[in-house]
Each structure stands twice: as structure tokens, then as C-alpha cells.
Design a protein around this ligand. Structure first.
Ligand code: FRU
Length: 474
């Protein structure tokens, strides 16, 4: 039975009960999207990991299925950790990390190996007799023997490849590349990326894929230190754009960029669907965050599925088009004059999409307050500081959850700021200027905090404003 209350998300994947973290095995198989996830089925806290499972025909309406993987073998008895999915000979293979604790210290006393499970119907999975298929980390190089996890597998020409999250003996995050002809026998090729400078003590959940003739490597570094307005979480998810030499296993790549500039975004995983779209989904929470839904028996959620495109060597992110089928009761305005504060009686809500374009003549400070209840002093505020070119996401007064402020630099073209805002009962995702950047965060307001208001210190224009209620799909 679903635990119903005011924070239950209406159109985002979340567990019916208990714990969820990373997306796993995101794939398109025999006409359906499958999404697995790190799951603990007994308490709403991280513990021995299972793979939870949902599927969908359209990435919008999801159906819950029984857990796909449960721990129990000698090599995975303390958890089926993150991994990915691939189709071979009409069957669906899950490649995951088997985790075993060897002592009391969870940072040091562990043994991780890579294993496979297979299914014909994508519902019942059997672990292979050959497991583990990668039984130890490569020796003879600066590779930590135990922190060795999260295989992401893909096919390139005749071979299968996988990347694995790793670190050096001195705690520098890195990514390992492997090759296989049959998914069973794996050959280590090379360390393809390493966190020079401020990029964490371990790289989790790597993902490598091709987009517009480039090779993009996504990873989730743990323990990145704040730098200006960047990297405000202890963990971050980001990417580099490069070119992979598949023979030598060399990846030449540019700067590390964030995939999301908000509070809650980790362990993103991508898949290629039958329409050739590269779709990414991520855990819409963060390890160090307070999670008030735990009191209601569950915690963790996924972001909206988002399409990735590459423009000027940067990833552009937009919600999948299918989400528009949830729109209802459209409200639309044009050319509204905005000075001081303004609200509209039919623009409010806690399960809505808001599409707003601000236009200014000279730099102004303006923005939007969401999930507002003035009598309680609750609000979640997005402010654009025109002089500095900074967009700020402030959730300090958002309700019961964790507070904080996130900032990002946004350069405007033609003095226009376009925000596409998705509000679900306890989440906000803001796509900025056609997906140039995204800010995601969980918030836990009171049940009646539904008002919206716009504000500006100079006269500006809201050239377009649209609002839809979004129907429940989960
Ligand atoms: C990332 C992660 C993975 C690991 C999983 C365990 O959030 O730490 O590296 O496989 O979660 O649940």
C-alpha cells in the first residue's frame, strides 16, 4: 500500500515503501522502459541493498514490480550494489556489484566484485553460475583493491565495454575501462579518467556514451569541496566531454561540468531508447540530506527522465516530451508588467508545470516565490540578480526539510530569462533557458503552501506565462 500524505510525489518515481537511492539498469527492452534502483525493502534507510524495479511504456506512467535482485550469494550477501542493463540474444542482463563486508569499518572492510543476472521477461532474474564475472580489481596499478563498483555496460562494434567506479590507494577518484566479447570474460584495458585536483576521494556510478561523435563520461565524485558557487554538496554529479580511443583505452577530455546546479541530484544513469534519445535519470536526493518522508515510511525519488543533447560541447537537458501528456487546465498570460510583487489567482499549486519568460531592458533583480504561505512564512525562492548574472535557489524557508541556497551563473541572451518549472508535492526542477542548466531540489512545505508570486525591483515584463496542473501518473 502506498503511504499517502502531502509529500507523496505524483509524477516522479519513488518507492511505495522504504528506501531508494541510485537508478540502476535503466533501459528499453522489448517495447518497455525498465528502471531498477538501489532499494532496501524493510526500513526507509540505507541498508543491505536490493534492486527495486518499475517499468513504463512512456516514461510517465510507471508500474511497480517485485524486486529484481536480492542479496544472498557469498559474493553479494551484503548487497546488490549499483549497475546497469544490456540486451543480448533477446535476453536482458543486469550487471551489478556484489558487496560483502569483511569487518566493522564500512570504508575499508569490504570486498566488491562484479556479477550478472539474466532474464527473458525482464521480471524474474537469475544470477549466473559464472559469477562473479570480475572477481577482483586489477593489480599492479594504482587501483584500490576493494572500492570497485557500479558497472555501466554498453556495446561498441563487436565488443561489450564497461566502466567501473574506482579510486587510487591515496583516495583519488578514477574510472576503469573493461572489454568483453561475451559479457562473461572481462579484460581490463585502462584507467580512462582520474580526478586531478578537487574531484573527490572516490568516483561512483560512471557512465560513458556517445553523443554527436563525442564520448561523454558522467560520474559521481564523492567528497568534492565547495568552490565559489560550485560543488555545494559533499557529493556531486558531473561530466566531461572527450574522445575515447577504444583500442588503447585512452580518453582525452575537457573540463568537469555539473549536470545539475541544485541540491538533490546524484548517481545519474543514461540509456538510449528506440527513438535514439539519450535519456538520463538520477536520484533526486543526496546522501548528506535530511529526508522528512522517512517518518512516513519511505524515502528517495527519481528526477524526471531528461533528454541530453550536446551543444557547443555542453550538455543541454530537457524533460522528456511525454511528460506533457500530464498537462491539464492550462492558464496563459502574455505581456504582463511586473514591478514590486504580483500574483495571479489562477497561478498557484503544488503539482504543476510553470513556463515563464522574463524580459528586462536593464539589469534588474527579479524572480518567483513558489510554494508560498505568507501566514506561515513558507516560500521557495528563485531570484535572478541581473547585475551579477546569478540565479539563486533559496530553500531556507521551504518547510520542514533541509535548507540552503544554491547559485549558478546564467548569461542572458537578449535580456530574457526562461524558466520551465516542475513542481511536485515535495520537489522542484527548474530548466533554465532551454535546458542550458537545471536546478533540482527537494522541499517539504506545509500542505497549504501553494501560492506563487513574482517580484522585481525594476519594471520588467513577463512576456509569456503558462501554467498547467499535472495529473497524477504514479
Ligand atoms: C552511489 C552508491 C554506489 C553504490 C550504491 C550503494 O550512491 O554509493 O557507489 O553502488 O550507492 O547503494
Amino acid at each position: 500500500k502506498v503511504h499517502e500524505h502531502e509529500w507523496r510525489l505524483q509524477y516522479h518515481v519513488a518507492p511505495i515503501a522504504n528506501w531508494m537511492n541510485d537508478p540502476n539498469g535503466f533501459c528499453y527492452f522489448k517495447g518497455e522502459y525498465h528502471l531498477f534502483y538501489q532499494h532496501h525493502p524493510y526500513v526507509p534507510k540505507w541498508d543491505t541493498m536490493y534492486w527495486g524495479h518499475v517499468k513504463s511504456k512512456d516514461l510517465v506512467n510507471w508500474e511497480h514490480l517485485p524486486p529484481a535482485l536480492a542479496p544472498g550469494e557469498t559474493y553479494d550477501k551484503d548487497g546488490c550494489f549499483s549497475g546497469s542493463a544490456i540486451e543480448k540474444d533477446g535476453k536482458l542482463y543486469l550487471m551489478y556489484t556484489g558487496n560483502v563486508w569483511t569487518g566493522e569499518n564500512y570504508d575499508e572492510d569490504l570486498k566488491q566484485v562484479q556479477a550478472l543476472a539474466v532474464s527473458e521477461d525482464a521480471v524474474r532474474f537469475e544470477k549466473l553460475e559464472e559469477n562473479p564475472v570480475i572477481s577482483e580489481a586489477p593489480k599492479g596499478e594504482d587501483i584500490h583493491p576493494f572500492h570497485f563498483r557500479d558497472p555501466k555496460v554498453w556495446k561498441h562494434e563487436e565488443n561489450y565495454y564497461c566502466v567501473l567506479g574506482s579510486k587510487t590507494h591515496d583516495n583519488i577518484g578514477q574510472v576503469l575501462l573493461y572489454r568483453s566479447k561475451d559479457l562473461l570474460n572481462w579484460e581490463f584495458i585502462n584507467i580512462i579518467a582520474k580526478g586531478e585536483g578537487n574531484f573527490g576521494y572516490m568516483w561512483e556510478c560512471p557512465d560513458l556514451f556517445e553523443l554527436n561523435d563525442k564520448d561523454i563520461l558522467i560520474m559521481s565524485p564523492q567528497g568534492v569541496k565547495p568552490e565559489g558557487n560550485l560543488y555545494q554538496n559533499l557529493h556531486q554529479a558531473g561530466y566531461v566531454v572527450g574522445e575515447l580511443d577504444y583500442v588503447k583505452g585512452n580518453l582525452s577530455y575537457g573540463e568537469f561540468e555539473l549536470l545539475d546546479y541544485g541540491f538533490d541530484y546524484y548517481a545519474p544513469q543514461t540509456m538510449l531508447d528506440n527513438k535514439d534519445r539519450r535519456i538520463v535519470i538520477a536520484w533526486m536526493d543526496m546522501w548528506e540530506s535530511k529526508m522528512p518522508t522517512q517518518e512516513h515510511g519511505y524515502s528517495g525519488a527519481m528526477t524526471l527522465p531528461r533528454v541530453l543533447e550536446l551543444k557547443n560541447n555542453k550538455l543541454i537537458t530537457s524533460p522528456v516530451k511525454e511528460i506533457e501528456q500530464l498537462r491539464t487546465n492550462e492558464v496563459s498570460y502574455e505581456q504582463l508588467k511586473l514591478i514590486n510583487e504580483m500574483s495571479l489567482t489562477d497561478v498557484e499549486g503544488d503539482c504543476i508545470e510553470l513556463d515563464v519568460t522574463f524580459k528586462m531592458k536593464q539589469p534588474a533583480t527579479f524572480g518567483v516565490r513558489l510554494r508560498v504561505d505568507d501566514s506561515l512564512g513558507e516560500e521557495t525562492v528563485f531570484t535572478y540578480y541581473g547585475q551579477k548574472g546569478i540565479l539563486e535557489f533559496d530553500r531556507n524557508e521551504s518547510g520542514k526539510g533541509p535548507g540552503g541556497v544554491r547559485k549558478t551563473k546564467i548569461m542572458l541572451e537578449e535580456n530574457k530569462l526562461h524558466l520551465r518549472i516542475f513542481i511536485d508535492k515535495s520537489s522542484i526542477e527548474v530548466f533554465i533557458n532551454e535546458g542550458e542548466q537545471v536546478m533540482t531540489g527537494r522541499i517539504y512545505p506545509s500542505i497549504n503552501s501553494n501560492k506563487i508570486s513574482f517580484f522585481s525591483d525594476e519594471e520588467i515584463e513577463i512576456s509569456e506565462l503558462k501554467k498547467w496542473e499535472l495529473k497524477r501518473s504514479i
